[in-house]
Design a protein around this ligand. Structure first.
Ligand SMILES: NC(=O)c1ccc[n+]([C@@H]2O[C@H](COP(=O)([O-])OP(=O)(O)OC[C@H]3O[C@@H](n4cnc5c(N)ncnc54)[C@H](O)[C@@H]3O)[C@@H](O)[C@H]2O)c1
Length: 369
């Protein structure tokens, strides 16, 4: 390991480029080796590789080592299903039983879609799900059925983000997501962490030995820093919320809506995570646009989107994007050219696969295509 001028350790030199199909097949076989059913292994593989394809490497295959550690800690449970614990018509309370979020969130959203189609709206409270990954995935599941949705999520027990005005971590990266479907066109999908950067993006920077953008981190004394080591090495610092007091406020609402309202749990001294588990709670509100007395929702929406995109571009801007467009462009590019994975992250994934008993030849096959 070398030390750069900026004092951040260099662990690797360059990225691997991995074919999406080969990677999906590898992830599927990895979870099968862990003991997942074929359906479970397939859902996890689809979700993680889709996160990489859309450019959100923080929520892609790089999460596998953490999931495997969580499995070994006894937090993550395989082959679980979403359990409806209370059906109050337009409100469903669903327990994720610490199962793979890629399965239990899929099932919880499926319940919500069915109900929203029937009565116009459904609020789904999903609690105790293991990491549910990229939240846009769940909004897209609703949008494919022509449904609007918004989602508030907490990372229960995770105190990695400092409140506005505070100097240590008090809540998680609590993402917010909303999607608006369009007929014959791709939906608008707004999907972001309420921290300046997602924690996984600090992990990617740490593994690459690089910096994060200014304004995203503080050190253990509350001083601004761009060194991601403060998130992974003692003494620990914290992430900052985006948009000053506004991100702080949205993060708190995400925590309350998802962790308290659903019967899950919020982050405080008694619930702080002391193991490798990542538990998400999510409040999803799913609406059938047809339930409103609106003459032409579609035309109004299209007129607005066209109006926004017609703004004269500022210096250095090639395109005005609607939420979700950058992900679709990245998806097309990575599907064609491959998914970049830094070698430090790949080494961690290989070690996790080996710990699950996957033969070396099978592990290597992901990089062969
Ligand atoms: N499960 C969890 O616990 C958890 C926690 C935090 C974040 N996440 C996920 O992490 C992922 C990454 O979050 P992030 O905060 O790094 O996202 P980000 O900062 O990359 O923001 C992404 C959003 O901004 C939009 N966007 C980006 N550039 C744009 C542009 N130039 N013009 C218009 N719109 C633009 C994207 O379409 C997308 O909606 C998300 O998918 C989120 O759901 C999950």
């Amino acid at each position: 390991m070398t030390i750069q001028e900026n004092n951040i350790p260099q662990r690797q030199s360059g990225d691997l480029l991995v074919n999406a199909e080969a990677l999906r097949d590898f992830v599927r076989r990895l979870w099968t080796a862990a003991g997942s059913s074929a359906t479970e292994a397939g859902l996890v593989a689809d979700h993680l590789v889709m996160a990489n394809l859309t450019g959100h490497d923080s929520h892609g295959v790089g999460m596998i080592p953490r999931y495997v550690r969580s499995l070994h800690d006894g937090v993550l449970k395989l082959n679980q299903h979403a359990v409806v614990v209370r059906d109050a018509g337009a409100v469903l309370t669903i327990d994720g039983a610490c199962g793979l979020g890629q399965v239990v969130a899929y099932e919880a959203i499926d319940h919500g879609i069915e109900r929203a189609k029937k009565i116009g709206i459904c609020a789904v409270g999903l609690r105790n799900a293991h990491h549910i990954g990229r939240i846009g995935h769940w909004a897209e599941q609703c949008a494919r059925q022509g449904l609007v949705s918004f989602h508030f999520v907490n990372v229960a027990g995770s105190a990695h983000v400092a409140p506005w005005g505070g100097s240590d971590g008090r809540f998680g990266t609590n993402p917010f997501c909303a999607a608006f479907p369009r007929q014959g066109k791709e939906p608008l999908v707004l999907d972001f962490a309420t921290s300046g950067i997602a924690q996984g993006k600090a992990r990617v920077a740490y593994n690459k030995g690089s910096h994060v953008p200014a304004g995203c981190l503080i050190d253990h004394q509350g001083e601004p820093t761009t060194d991601p080591r403060v998130m992974f090495e003692e003494p620990h610092g914290a992430l900052r919320t985006f948009g000053q007091h506004k991100g702080h406020g949205l993060a708190m609402m995400c925590e309350l809506f998802s962790g308290a309202l659903t019967g899950g749990y919020t982050t405080h001294a008694e619930t702080r995570i002391t193991n490798n588990g990542v538990i998400n709670c999510m409040l999803s509100v799913i609406i059938d646009p047809k339930a409103f007395d609106a003459e032409d929702t579609e035309a109004e929406a299209e007129a607005f989107i066209a109006w926004v995109k017609a703004s004269p571009k500022s210096a250095g801007c090639d395109e005005i994007y609607a939420p979700g467009e950058p992900e679709r462009l990245r998806h097309a590019q990575r599907r064609h050219s491959g998914i970049p994975i830094d070698t430090a992250t790949w080494d961690e994934i290989e070690r996790a696969a080996t710990a699950l008993g996957m033969p070396a030849t099978e592990i290597a096959s992901a990089l062969a295509a």
